[in-house]
Structure formats: structure tokens, C-alpha cells
Design a protein around this ligand. Structure first.
Ligand code: MRU
Length: 343
């Protein structure tokens, strides 16, 4: 099934906090449950966050009890604000909400509700298509026999299906290339160990799990052909916000002459922000650092910092792979062309 979808009048989604131990599918028609699922990372990954936000808005709107279009639109505004408060960094959340706001059509409340649900369903279908396109463009950059390093989870679980960074790997494999993946475990929440390793093993793609601090060693030893990651927000100049630790991978890749690629849909590009310095970075709970799997590993009372994302300056990024083509420096110009559709 898709990571998130609409079935029998409800939103169905895979609870990613339970993987890899059990595959649990939850369903709800309560938009506040989706907001909670986004906050706790039951649903995570920028494109999946976007589609979840769209369905949350549609589900919230469906329950508004009024026949007055004005009252409905005012309630819709409250719902959109609540959904927007779920997480700050992945721009797909705000992109999706904006698209939903613009999608409202019709004279009656019933028609407006229907137009919102139709738009959310369209966004689910589009995400699957977009990832296949990213995969096809990106696969050209992956040589046969490659060993690809990745960080966090930019796979099927982070999207509706197929993935962005892992979509590129899947597409390369579908083209008949032999390849293997080194997956950073990705502390603090272990998306690499729990999700990327699980997902690739399901698809019989060879994967070797390493701790985050081993990446430099393997890059230096010449084991890694290229690194490929996803993104939560890309500024107009090509600076990339992605899971904390991505910046270290990019610097280590550059130091060792290894290409560092970012695979992301154009919905992750935020042309309103000139540079990555303007990207809001989510700070998460200290318990994510002081505990692993619910077991405390640090002394009580220790000071903790827990930024969930970092920003990789664009000069470390060898290429940004989108569904509309592959951008390289100068990103300011190439991203503008791609967003404008002229690529
Ligand atoms: O905190 P998360 O798990 O939502 O962070 C996810 C990432 O950083 C992904 O790499 C990014 O969203 C791209 S997903 C295709």
C-alpha cells in the first residue's frame, strides 16, 4: 500500500514509529490525529508530510457542520493553521496547505468539501508519478556497480511510494544496474536503521547499515561511489535543509572527491527564501537524544541540543535531481528555470 492514502472515507497511513518491528496501518477521519501523527513522526519525510497535510485539511473540512460558505471558509482557515503548526522545516507542509486553500471550488459547502478531497487525492497520485520521474533522471547519475551512501530515509516511507533518493536507487536497479547502499543509521531517531534498511531489504537491494560517524571512514577508503539524500527545503540558491548530519556527509564527500546528490520534488524548493540561513530548523525534544528506543543513555539533568535538520551550503551539492530535470550550479538560475517549467 501507499504510505498514506484515502480508503473508505478515512485516511490510512503506516505508523513509522513501529517499524521495523511491526507494520501497523492506522486509519482516522480526525484531522487532529494526523497533526499528532506528524508531530510524533508516525508520518514523516517531506513529501509524505505534504500529502498528509492535504488529507488532514480535507478530513477536517469534511466535518465542518454548516451550510454557510463564509462560515465554512473561516473554519477551513482554522484547520489550515492547525495543520501548519505540526512541523516547521519541510516546506511541503506549507506548499500542500496553500494548494488546498487554492483548490476550494463550488457554490455550496458540499461542493467545496468535494473539491478539497479531490485535490488531496490528486496530490497523492502526483507524488507517486513525481518520484518515478526523479528516479529516471537520477538513475543516469548512478554508474553500474555503484556503492551509494544515504542518510535518513528518503524512501517510499517518506513519500507516497517509491521515494526520492531511494527512488533513484530503485530506478537504477530497474535499469539493470548492480548497486549496493550504505545507510547511515541517523541518530537521534534512527530513520536510516529502522526505515531505510527495512525498506531496501524488502526490495532485495543490498544494504549495509553503518553508524553516522563511520561515513567519513568509508568515503576516505574509496568505498562510496556517490552520496544521495532527500531534502526538507531547498532555498533559491540551492542550499539544502535535510536531516541533521547531512551537512557532515556533504563536507566529507567533497573532501574525498565523491559526488553528493540531492533528490527532491520541486514542491520542496522554496524560492521565497534566498539562502538556507532563512530556513526554520525544528528543535525537538531532549528525550530523543538522551534515550534510544525508550532506554536512557545519558545522565539525568544533562543539557541537550536537538536540531532535527541542518543546512548544506549549495557549493557542496553536485546536483539537485527533480521531476523536471537535474539542476547544477548556478542554482539560482537553474532552479528558477526548473520552477518556471522551462527545463
Ligand atoms: O524528521 P524526518 O524523519 O521527517 O526527516 C526526514 C528527512 O530529513 C528526509 O531526508 C527528507 O524529508 C526527505 S524525504 C523524501
Amino acid at each position: 500500500m501507499n504510505t498514506i492514502c484515502w480508503r473508505n472515507g478515512k485516511i490510512q497511513f503506516i505508523d513509522q514509529t513501529r517499524l521495523p518491528h511491526e507494520t501497523v496501518v492506522l486509519e482516522t477521519d480526525d484531522y487532529q490525529c494526523i497533526v499528532a501523527a506528524l508531530k510524533t513522526l508516525q508520518i514523516r519525510g517531506a513529501p509524505a508530510i505534504g500529502v498528509a497535510a492535504a488529507y488532514a485539511v480535507a478530513a477536517g473540512a469534511a466535518k465542518v457542520e454548516t451550510d454557510s460558505p463564509a462560515e465554512f471558509l473561516s473554519e477551513l482557515d482554522n484547520i489550515c493553521r492547525t495543520v501548519a503548526s505540526a512541523r516547521p522545516t519541510a516546506v511541503n507542509l506549507f506548499w500542500a496547505i496553500e494548494r488546498m486553500r487554492k483548490a476550494v471550488q463550488g457554490e455550496t459547502v458540499a461542493e467545496m468539501k468535494a473539491s478539497l478531497l479531490a485535490e488531496a487525492k490528486r496530490m497523492e497520485a502526483e507524488d507517486a508519478e513525481v518520484n518515478r520521474k526523479i528516479g529516471r533522471f537520477g538513475a543516469e547519475l548512478i554508474p553500474d556497480g555503484a556503492t551509494v551512501l544515504t542518510h535518513c530515509n528518503a524512501g517510499a516511507l517518506a513519500t507516497v511510494t517509491y521515494g526520492t533518493a531511494l527512488g533513484v536507487i530503485r530506478a537504477a536497479k530497474e535499469q539493470g544496474k548492480t548497486l549496493q547502499v550504505y545507510a547511515d543509521e541517523t541518530r537521534p531517531l534512527l530513520q536510516g536503521a529502522r526505515l531505510t534498511a527495512w525498506e531496501l531489504m524488502q526490495d532485495n537491494i543490498p544494504v549495509t547499515l553503518i553508524t553516522d560517524n563511520m561515513a567519513g571512514h568509508f568515503l576516505h577508503k574509496g568505498v562510496i561511489t556517490c552520496a544521495i539524500v532527500g531534502a526538507d527545503r531547498i532555498a533559491a540558491n540551492g542550499d539544502v535543509a535535510n536531516k541533521i548530519g547531512t551537512y557532515s556527509v556533504a563536507v566529507l564527500a567533497a573532501e574525498n572527491g565523491v559526488p553528493f546528490y540531492v533528490a527532491a520534488p520541486t514542491s520542496t524548493i522554496d524560492m521565497a527564501l534566498a539562502t538556507g540561513d532563512e530556513i526554520p530548523i525544528e528543535e525537538r525534544s531532549p528525550e530523543e537524544v538522551t534515550c534510544i528506543g525508550g532506554v536512557r543513555v545519558a545522565p539525568e539533568g544533562v543539557a541537550v541540543a536537538n536540531p532535527a535538520f541542518d543546512v548544506t551550503p549549495h557549493h557542496y551539492v553536485s546536483a539537485i535531481i527533480t521531476e523536471k530535470g537535474v539542476a547544477q550550479e548556478p542554482y539560482v538560475e537553474r532552479l528558477r528555470e526548473i520552477i518556471g517549467g522551462s527545463s
